[in-house]
Design a protein around this ligand. Structure first.
Ligand SMILES: [Zn+2]
Length: 340
């Protein structure tokens, strides 16, 4: 059985099983294995892989090992960032574990489908039909050959996950243009059109309203949107920073003359990932801090404020104790929702 030396770039090395998380590993390969299979067998989904170099020369992931009988070293580089996508701007499809991230992406105006109850087959089919990038924390899902474009989202919290998606795809942002609940687009409406559905205080205080073209929810930017505005500004600043760092081209392969030349310690991983956790197919679910919960509540409040439900002010929200029972969950707010 031939042996191939595999050097996985430091950015991807956290995906290797702990005993093999080294700059150079020896892998027994079958002559009929493709190079892509060799990489995936180490735990690295091909959606995360950019260029493969076989003894210094670019190699196709579909090539079989027996096409290069004398080859000794396979270098595995990550996808360049920002990563080109099939559509511009990119369209996303998120799996069940990424609901909070879905709301954030929609808030930023990105076309984001999210189906918490969809089976894996349905997700893959929809990604193909609608040319969407499948975002997931499930490596098994990304190993499906039918997945057209996908990404393993890094970060255990929604904030880090959003940073990762912005850094990876650098999508153009159009905040406040999309419904956080259903992904429909928003259209400005006259106050008179929604007058009957507004609380008296809202009627007096605000002039500019938008309505979802799909579900009819009414939005305006009131006192409750302070944290959301901060989130939007932070995302815009992060994207500007990424763009400035990237320069006119893309970051990635060209910046990596040799794997192993980088000096990150082996324990370094993607943002927020617990390296003590051995890799498996499903990365841990997003951790929701109290701040994340409050923010999620405000995202809903932004949409719900026209439904007759009182909208708590920031002070009320920040006083919520870190006790799940006392936190107002979106489901509670949904009761009595009156479609506009
Ligand atoms: Zn909607």
């Amino acid at each position: 059985m031939p042996v191939l030396g595999v050097q996985v770039d430091a950015d991807l090395r956290w995906l290797l099983p702990a005993p093999r998380r080294r700059p150079h590993v020896e892998v027994e390969v079958s002559p009929t294995d493709t190079l892509g299979h060799v990489v995936q067998s180490l735990g690295v989904p091909l959606t995360e892989v950019g260029t493969l170099l076989l003894d210094g020369h670019p190699a196709d992931r579909a090539q079989r090992c027996d096409a290069h009988p004398g080859a000794s070293t396979l270098v595995v580089l990550p996808r360049p960032r920002p990563q080109p996508t099939a559509t511009t701007p990119p369209r996303f499809l998120l799996d069940v574990h990424l609901g909070t991230l879905a709301r954030r992406l929609r808030l930023l105006g990105l076309d984001t489908a999210y189906e918490p109850n969809a089976e894996d087959d349905d997700l893959v089919r929809r990604a193909v039909e609608e040319r969407r990038v499948l975002l997931t924390r499930d490596r098994g899902l990304l190993r499906r050959t039918a997945v057209p474009e996908g990404a393993l989202v890094r970060g255990d919290g929604a904030g880090d996950q959003l940073d990762d998606v912005l850094d990876r795809f650098a999508p153009p942002l159009t905040p406040w243009t999309r419904c956080v609940r259903c992904n429909g687009t928003l259209t400005a409406v006259d106050k008179s059109d929604v007058h009957a559905h507004l609380q008296p205080g809202t009627r007096r205080t605000y002039r500019d309203f938008m309505r979802c073209n799909d579900c009819g929810r009414v939005y305006w930017r009131g006192a409750h949107s302070t944290r959301l505005e901060a989130l939007v500004r932070r995302a815009q600043a992060a994207l500007a920073q990424h763009t400035a760092t990237a320069g006119p081209g893309v970051r990635g392969d060209a910046d990596r003359a040799t794997v192993g030349a980088r000096t990150e310690p082996l324990s370094s991983g993607p943002r927020g990932h617990d390296m003590s956790t051995p890799p498996n197919d499903d990365l841990p679910d997003a951790v929701e801090t109290d701040d994340e919960r409050i923010l999620a509540h405000q995202e809903d409040a932004w949409a719900e404020s026209a439904t007759g439900e009182p909208v708590p002010e920031d002070a009320d929200l920040t006083e919520v104790a870190p006790d799940e029972e006392r936190i107002v969950e979106p489901d509670v707010l949904e009761e009595g929702v009156e479609e506009v």
